[in-house]
Design a binder for this molecule. Structure first.
Ligand code: WT7
Length: 648
């Protein structure tokens, strides 16, 4: 199957933004020959500058690159105001609630909501340029209003995914020294209310001292506790605010938002994105990769708590003047046809989701798509992890009726937007393959010293030139920024950006991502640091040592598997496993729960004490151990662990 090639549908290709490989190469060659000229052309054309920039790319303080220095713009203008003249009555957001309630929000209405909330934040809470605002929100339109209201004032938002625990929320509030939390009472999932406000209460009960106020949106109307003086009702206060709030002229390099993501240590990193470079690329990739056109209705199923929700639910679609669908629920409720029902009802033209969701929908409702009219679909996207051939085939044939391009978009929280992806009107697609770098992105598979990795072998997936949407810093930790991304690979003696992924390039230039090379696992397309999960598990009193690895999982891609050494081995039973998972839930959230735990007498360590995770990964996959175990402190432990895992 991997040898099969799927050419763009000529019907769709003829009017696509990039409609042939010649057009692709024309753009990419322009970037290769005149890198700054290439980016200048797009920045001038796409961004509504308040004041012009003076340099395209400033590399003087590498790797702290600066793009479009001294230019001034505002992202809420870019996403809202500038569209009002022509699109005030066009839907900006179509919201569908878990229970099927629908709201159509035009650009004119969006503008009012955003302006009012910006006024509220400014007038009532004194939020101004540079302040950090934490959003702990469900998937409701107010989440988008809050993001855009922050950008209007130049405040830096940090969205914490609603599945994170109060401890995780507290850590993120404290790291960013945020002034206010915007949250909701809760929302609905699978027909039932769930709560968020109580998590914020817990987070602030013994920390998060920088927080001066909590602004609460009503969604599910469940009862919540209220801290007088600290808690404020969005729904009450918003009424008094005016619909006009001037936007703050922001410098190109002013931080737009922080988004915490996992790395190779126990502490998540606050990935810091810029204003101009980020929004430029969000808009360009929206137009290129999703081929967004007039009258399109685009739906991305991600949560705003992840980068996909930032770039491809809110910023990209709105900067491009599109109509974006926001969905509160899950695609399998009330049944496995929900997503397809929505595609039909809203006339969706682009559908973007994760392989995990595709596998789940395939498994639970193979024939479901056939019950609905999905004929408006043109582009199907995937993101977050490699897509396996059976899922790909079903997506292409059954969902797309063999007429839609599948764009397997490779990118990361740090890249801001897509970096390697097929273009729906141009790229002949090989299933499971992210294909080519997008125009302007100098993605290369190289060795540590920058030499190209031979065809068909695994190398490091690097981006060898800075690009506008790249991460600018780790909040409060420039040293970690340099070390995490510019510490491993060099080209021509200069440190280059390393993604953390391995990749392979084929004879014909096609790039296949082979997965993380570090201790990061990918659970349902979400990045999870093994060190982070281990740090949580160690908080349980009975635990002496722990090593966490990813275990292949049918639906999730990878699940979390923990090898745990107990202080008192006789304590190891099912109840303790439950208790350990409880600690994880408290420290990180349900998304980090272990699928399985094995109590082992020891973990394989070298004589210098380093845990040999590769052996543990092989054991969990049931693979033969090919690594040299003679350097282990106690080689006999390997067979013992194998025996325990086989039994469990
Ligand atoms: C990691 C980034 C980008 C938004 C969602 C995840 C993996 C991402 C693909 C793909 C194979 C992929 C990589 C990457 N990944 N897209 N199309 N094929 N792997 O963002 O949490 O920052 O995770 O997800 O390993 O490094 P993230």
């Amino acid at each position: 199957m991997s040898e099969q090639i799927f050419n763009p549908n000529p019907e769709h290709a003829k009017d696509a933004a990039i409609n042939s490989m010649e057009a692709y190469w024309k753009l990419q060659n322009h970037a290769i020959e005149d890198y700054e000229g290439f980016w200048k052309g797009f920045a001038d054309k796409k961004i509504d500058w308040i004041e012009p920039y003076d340099t395209v790319l400033d590399e003087s303080n590498a790797p702290f690159y600066k793009w479009f220095s001294n230019g001034k713009l505002n992202v809420s203008n870019q996403c809202v105001d500038r569209h009002l003249a022509e699109k005030s009555e066009q839907n900006a957001i179509i919201f569908e609630g878990d229970k099927g309630d629908v709201q159509h929000i035009t650009y004119a209405q969006l503008s009012k909501h955003v302006n009012k909330l910006a006024n509220l934040l400014k007038n009532k809470f004194g939020i101004k340029k540079g302040d950090r605002v934490v959003l702990y929100m469900p998937m409701i339109p107010e989440a988008a209003y809050a993001m855009l209201a922050c950008t209007r004032l130049g405040a830096i938002h940090s969205i914490v995914f609603g599945g994170f625990s109060s401890e995780a929320l507290k850590d993120r509030i404290e790291d960013a020294e945020a002034k206010i939390v915007i949250t909701a009472d809760g929302a609905f999932r699978k027909g039932k209310p769930y709560m968020l406000k109580n998590v914020v209460d817990d987070a602030l009960s013994d920390g998060g001292k920088s927080i001066e106020a909590v602004l609460v949106v009503k969604r599910n109307n469940e009862e919540i506790t209220w801290v007088e003086g600290r808690d404020h009702s969005y729904n009450e206060l918003i009424k008094a605010e005016s619909e006009e709030c001037p936007f703050e002229p922001m410098e190109s390099e002013d931080p737009l938002f922080l988004l915490y993501t996992s790395g190779s240590t126990g502490k998540p990193k606050g990935v810091q994105h810029s204003t101009a470079g980020y929004i430029l690329w969000a808009q360009m990739t929206m137009e290129w990769v999703f081929d967004l056109r007039k009258n399109d209705v685009y739906w991305c199923t991600a949560d705003v708590g992840w980068i996909t929700g930032h770039t491809y639910i809110v910023y990209g679609p709105l900067a491009a003047g599109g109509t974006t669908v926001m969905f509160e629920g899950v695609p399998t409720y009330p049944d496995a046809g929900r997503a397809w029902q929505m595609v039909q009802d809203h006339n969706i033209t682009q559908f973007y989701t994760a392989p995990t969701a595709i596998r789940l929908l395939h498994k639970t409702g193979e024939e479901e798509p056939k019950k609905y009219d999905l004929s408006k679909l043109r582009v199907l996207g995937t993101v977050g992890e490699p897509i396996d051939p059976p899922a790909w085939k079903w997506y292409y044939e059954v969902v797309g009726n063999s007429k839609c391009a599948i764009v397997d978009t490779y990118w990361q929280t740090e890249t801001g937007g897509h970096v390697i992806s097929p273009l729906p009107g141009a790229t002949p697609i090989k299933p499971g393959c992210a294909t080519f770098a997008l125009p302007g992105i100098m993605a290369e598979v190289i060795e540590e010293d920058g030499t190209p990795t031979p065809v068909g072998e695994k190398g490091f997936m690097c981006i060898t030139k800075p690009w506008p949407a790249m991460i600018r810093n780790i909040w409060n930790n420039p040293e970690r920024f340099k070390k995490s991304y510019f510490g491993d690979c060099k080209k021509d003696g200069e440190a280059v950006y390393f993604t953390g992924d391995g990749a392979m390039i084929a004879e014909d230039g096609y790039i296949t991502i082979t997965g993380r090379t570090d201790d990061v696992i990918n659970v349902s397309g979400h990045r999870m640091g093994t060190a982070e999960v281990e740090a949580a598990i160690k908080k349980h009193d009975s635990v002496a040592a722990v090593a966490v690895v990813g275990k292949p999982h049918d639906i999730k891609g990878e699940g979390i598997f923990a090898y745990i050494v107990l202080k008192n081995p006789s304590e190891g039973n099912e109840d303790l496993k439950i208790a350990i998972n409880k600690v994880i839930k408290k420290e990180i959230g349900a998304i980090a729960l272990c699928d399985a735990i094995a109590f082992v007498p020891d973990v394989p360590k070298t004589r210098s004490g380093k845990i040999m995770r590769r052996i543990l990964r092989s054991i969990v996959k049931g693979e033969a151990i090919t690594q040299d175990t003679s350097t282990l402190e106690d080689p006999s432990i390997v067979a013992i662990i194998e025996g325990i895992v086989k039994k469990s």
